[in-house]
Design a protein around this ligand. Structure first.
Ligand SMILES: C[S@@+](CC[C@H](N)C(=O)[O-])C[C@H]1O[C@@H](n2cnc3c(N)ncnc32)[C@H](O)[C@@H]1O
Length: 264
């Protein structure tokens, strides 16, 4: 049984309030949404995915670190990597204040400093599609030990239809429709060997991701809508954060896989 200690919510609220002036309006809104319900929903999910008590775990693209903190509360020793220095600083402060075993570091997930097979599990939520994702898949599997567990997720075409039509989470510095349009152009560029816009989405179909994982030595690949893989704890239920489909096309989907024992 893994619980969120009672002082965690207050610490998170203080940290978000203190850090908000350092962030753009879009980032500040994201930080508030992320910690709105504390860490319980993330801890529940970590348990559901079978990530509790794995050992040494990489949170690849940790953002503000809600998953890193939940992974630590679930009995893991966590390395957390993100390209954004202000998010890494935020997580460093919070993990320190909470005395949780999380080591944040700034860097890209396409190439990390970790030796081969460093991690017992690798967790990558909401990041792959912002990177040169084929390189990232190869890197995440490189640092995972044979038999280790990988979680990642990505967005199908339905997600971009949703952004275009609904203006989901619009802020003065973030136009979801423009994001969708740029993401589609970026995807075309990625597929056609043209320069991609750094940090801009690339649409990855579930089939493409599963094929790349297989080619890079993953096995036991399971794919479903975000929040629908794994086994909820007794008495809990599946509580997705996003829809599996939007307007008839794949929305946010997730993958659980293992690194094949024979792969390097
Ligand atoms: C949508 S956020 C998700 C963050 C976190 N995993 C979560 O679930 O909230 C995407 C994150 O990916 C980070 N990111 C973007 N490109 C990256 C890269 N190449 N390597 C590492 N992190 C990257 C961003 O800085 C941002 O924190």
């Amino acid at each position: 049984m893994h619980d969120v200690p009672s002082h965690v919510a207050a610490c998170l609220k203080d940290a978000v309030d203190a850090a908000t002036p350092r962030f753009s309006p879009n980032d500040a809104g994201f930080a508030r949404r992320v910690f709105d319900k504390g860490l319980a929903p993330y801890l529940e999910r970590i348990v559901q995915y079978g990530f509790a008590g794995r050992g040494r775990v990489l949170d690849a693209g940790c953002g503000f670190g809600q998953w890193s903190l939940a992974l630590a509360l679930a009995g893991n020793e966590v390395d957390a990597v993100d390209i954004a220095a202000n998010r890494v600083d935020f997580l460093t402060d919070v993990a320190g204040a909470l005395r949780l075993p999380v080591r944040p570091a700034q860097g890209g997930i396409e190439k990390t400093p970790f030796p081969d097979a460093t991690f017992d599990a690798v967790f990558c939520y909401g990041v792959l599609f912002l990177t040169d994702w084929k390189r990232s898949v190869a890197e995440l599997l490189r640092v995972l030990r044979p038999g280790g567990l990988l979680y990642c997720n990505a967005n199908g075409f339905g997600w971009y239809k949703h952004l275009w039509h609904t203006g989901h989470n619009r802020t003065p510095d973030y136009d979801p429709a423009l994001r969708a349009a740029r993401a589609l152009l970026n995807t075309w560029n990625y597929h056609n060997g043209q320069p991609v816009e750094p940090g801009m989405d690339i649409l990855i179909t579930p089939e493409e991701l599963a094929a790349e994982l297989t080619a890079r030595g993953a096995c036991d690949i399971r794919v479903d809508g975000e929040g629908l893989l794994g086994t909820p704890a007794p008495g809990a239920e599946f509580r997705p954060f996003f829809q599996k489909e939007y307007m008839g096309d794949p929305g946010v989907y997730e993958v659980l896989a293992e690194k094949a024992a024979a792969s390097r």
